[in-house]
Design a protein around this ligand. Structure first.
Ligand code: PLP
Length: 416
């Protein structure tokens, strides 16, 4: 697969009115969708739509089959042992909340500890914070070092006999640094501590093998890997499924129901998907996986690293630019500031040149606070970006001057 400009033709948004010249560098927020994925959604609704599980007619059975085939595609993509380990969710946020409520809260007691890193997205922080509040457990935060990284040693030092759970992002959405999750999981398992990995930022950039990582729970969002919004995945290692209560209950989770008897739930994953699932979303996600599999992940990594290195060289050559994170451990996100200019003014300036980046605190306020920053400008790459776009970004940054935010609200944040 040819990355960059070549592949952009497969993404209809880049030929739509007003977007032909768009440099879309906000892929960590969401990716654009290839025609293949859009077609899969349209095809599903045009030819296969029916509710699943309970229909005994042909269309329902076909829709059911497509949904279950999508589960198998996800299982193979993540190298799960079985498709039964794959639960479809709305996205990473819902998957993490699921585990916090259904697995962790019932297993936490006053005085227990839950370990997270200091770089987590609010979606991998607030569910654990709330589980601790509800149970009297303590949230322990392992802070990053001056390069924005969390070392294996720091994680290990924070583990003790009270530690009952560990949650960590695979790749940080703020700085793009990759955590040594495989090694951290190994250490945690020595102490019998289950580990959840937030894979929202990794699946579109590196090969993920849940068995090789040893993850107990792995979460991802379809929309960050060229798939549809509203569909995500919670991988639950078989060993943790026994006895775990559903996050939601309702249609599709039980066979026999009586008023005064506790309901017996169906086996996983069905008991964890109450209500009508996002059928087209699952089919679209499978299509996005097929699209990604046509790309060699090692080549894609090289492509994104090339863009990252070029962007880094441009910023390092600009006196007033400050880049965050350890460049040796980043490939698809550049987080930076231009001295004395508010990140929103940089975002507005870039927008006026049809360049889309994210500015602000990236749903990670404690992490940005720990760096003593108002926010950062974040450019994040995907397979359709190219060096021309990086150069365009660099050229605009050279013209950057203080704007309204810097002048009128220099110390004010805007959005989460
Ligand atoms: C690291 C990380 N975790 C979790 C999330 C939440 O993902 P979603 O909004 O798709 O549930 C994001 C989204 O930006 C993220 O970057």
């Amino acid at each position: 697969m040819e990355f960059g400009k070549e592949i952009r033709s497969e993404f209809p948004i880049f030929s739509s009115v007003g977007n032909q010249n768009l440099a879309y560098l906000d892929n960590a927020a969401t990716t654009q969708k290839p025609k293949k994925v859009i077609d899969a959604l349209v095809d599903f609704y045009s030819t296969s739509n029916a509710n699943i599980g309970r229909g005994i007619y042909k269309l329902s059975m076909e829709a059911h089959q497509q949904y279950e085939d999508s589960r198998t595609t996800v299982a193979e993509f993540l190298n799960a042992k079985s498709a039964n380990e794959i639960v479809f969710t709305k996205g990473t946020t819902e998957a993490i909340n699921f585990i916090a409520v259904s697995y962790l809260e019932p297993n936490l007691e006053q005085g227990d500890e839950v370990l997270v890193t200091g770089m987590e997205h609010h979606s991998n922080l607030l569910p654990w914070q709330r589980a601790c509040e509800r149970t009297g457990a303590k949230l322990v935060v392992v802070e990053s070092d001056e390069h924005g990284e969390v070392s294996l040693e720091r994680m290990e030092e924070s583990i003790n006999s009270k530690t009952k759970f560990l949650a960590i992002s695979h790749i940080s959405n703020v700085l793009g640094v990759m955590n040594p999750v495989k090694e951290i999981i190994r250490k945690a398992h020595i102490h019998k501590i289950p580990v959840l990995v937030d894979g929202a930022q990794s699946v579109a950039h590196c090969k993920v093998d849940v068995q090789d990582l040893g993850a107990d729970f792995y979460c991802l969002s379809g929309h960050k890997m060229y798939g549809p919004t509203g569909i995500g995945v919670l991988y639950i290692n078989q060993a943790f499924q026994e006895g775990m209560l559903p996050f939601l209950v309702g249609g599709g989770v039980a066979n026999g129901v009586e008023y005064q008897r506790i309901t017996k739930y169906l086996p996983t994953p069905f008991c964890f998907e109450a209500g009508t699932p996002n059928l087209a979303g699952a089919v679209g996600l499978a299509s996005a996986i097929e699209f990604l599999q046509e790309a060699d992940m090692a080549d894609l990594h090289k492509h994104e690293l090339k863009l990252y290195n070029e962007m880094l060289a441009i910023l390092e050559g600009q006196d007033n630019a400050i880049v965050y994170g350890n460049p040796a451990n980043i490939s698809s996100i550049v987080s930076f500031n231009i001295k004395d200019i508010h990140p929103y003014d940089i975002g507005n300036l870039l927008n006026s040149h049809n360049i889309a980046v994210r500015t602000g605190v990236h749903c990670a306020i404690p992490f940005v606070d720990s760096m003593n920053l108002l926010g950062t400008v974040r450019a994040s790459f995907g397979l359709y970006n190219d060096l021309d776009e990086v150069h365009r970004l660099g050229d605009v940054l050279k013209q950057a001057k203080p704007g309204d935010w810097t002048r009128n609200r220099p110390n004010v944040r805007y959005l989460e």
